[in-house]
Design a binder for this molecule. Structure first.
Ligand code: SAM
Length: 292
């Protein structure tokens, strides 16, 4: 085992030797606690058969530990000033490829095809917090071959991803993530484990992509539109939210009939409905729209 990059003294040394400065706009908070890194890799269940995609390697702290457990690692880093640093810190590892790219502009399908012969890959990352949701939703929605996503995110975002009906954190993100995955909050990580320290606590969450969507709906766009509408106006009843903001082309009487048909109180709010309920609502709304 090589000397760990993720210690306060080694990280400081690398930063100083390379005159590197942290870029806030790239969400650069580097992990300096090796125990946390080992835990992340264990939660991701990385084995020597895996080719892992890492997003944002930074100075290579997580990349190093991944490379010691996986068959190979492809790490996509946007900041060009980190590329020469990474070739120094990860010298001697022959199973790592660094790509200087923006993950949101990367052709992930082509990457999976090239690096893993099209077989599903695991994604493991300490994500830049300013684009956590776009990165995760892009990976899930684009139907890439992803087996699982184990990521460090803001604690509050992790809680939203795994929340269920009636929980305070439950919302459109919970449903969007759970439509594609089983979500499991693995561990909470304190700001002292990073350099520089973020203002908020963080958490590691694992999203295991389901072989099929959690619910089957004929019209995915309508499903997500209804979810967005329900949570966009949390204080309103779902009926009023759909009537006022839904643009569904259905009058209040028809919406009331749908609620009765589904066995719901007309005062129900979106936050009380499960993902299965939203699927049932989608089918009922689509059927009513076909009649007009
Ligand atoms: N993995 C390192 C660690 O754990 O110490 C660094 C994590 S740091 C929170 C996030 C990393 O993502 C930074 O290195 C940052 O430059 C990189 N990054 C930010 N936006 C990115 C993007 N759009 N595509 C790829 N990398 C990005």
């Amino acid at each position: 085992m090589k000397e760990r990059i993720a210690t306060p003294s080694r990280t400081k040394e690398i930063i100083e030797q390379n005159d590197f400065y942290f870029k806030k706009n790239f969400g650069q908070n580097f992990l300096i606690d090796s125990n946390i890194l080992e835990k992340i890799v264990a939660c991701a269940q990385v084995t020597e058969d895996d080719c892992v995609l890492e997003i944002g390697p930074g100075i290579g702290s997580l990349t190093q530990v991944l490379a010691e457990h996986a068959h190979s690692v492809v790490a996509v880093e946007i900041d060009s000033t980190l590329i020469p640093i990474l070739s120094q810190t990860l010298e001697g590892y022959d199973n790592i490829e660094i790509r200087n790219q923006d993950i949101l502009k990367t052709d992930v399908d082509a990457l999976i095809q090239e690096k893993n012969n099209g077989r599903p890959m695991k994604v493991v990352a300490n994500l830049p917090y300013y684009i956590t949701t776009p990165i995760i939703m892009d990976l899930l929605e684009q139907k890439h071959k992803i087996e699982s996503i184990t990521v460090m995110v803001q604690k509050e975002v992790a809680e939203r991803m795994q929340a269920g009906p009636k929980e305070k954190e439950y919302g459109a993100l919970s449903i969007a993530v759970q439509y594609y995955c089983d979500a499991h909050l693995d561990l909470i990580v304190q700001p002292s484990c990073f350099m520089p320290r973020p203002k908020v606590a963080s958490a590691v969450i694992t999203l295991r992509v389901l072989p099929q969507r959690k619910v089957q709906v004929a019209d995915e766009t309508l499903f997500f539109h209804l979810v967005k509408c329900a949570f966009g106006q949390r204080r309103k009843t779902l009926l009023n939210a759909l009537h006022n903001q839904g643009n569904l082309g259905l009058d209040k009487e028809t919406l009331t009939q749908i609620f009765t048909q589904l066995g719901w109180d007309v005062r129900v709010r979106g936050e009380a409905l499960s993902i299965t309920d939203f699927a049932a609502l989608t089918e009922a709304v689509a059927a009513a729209q076909q009649k007009i």
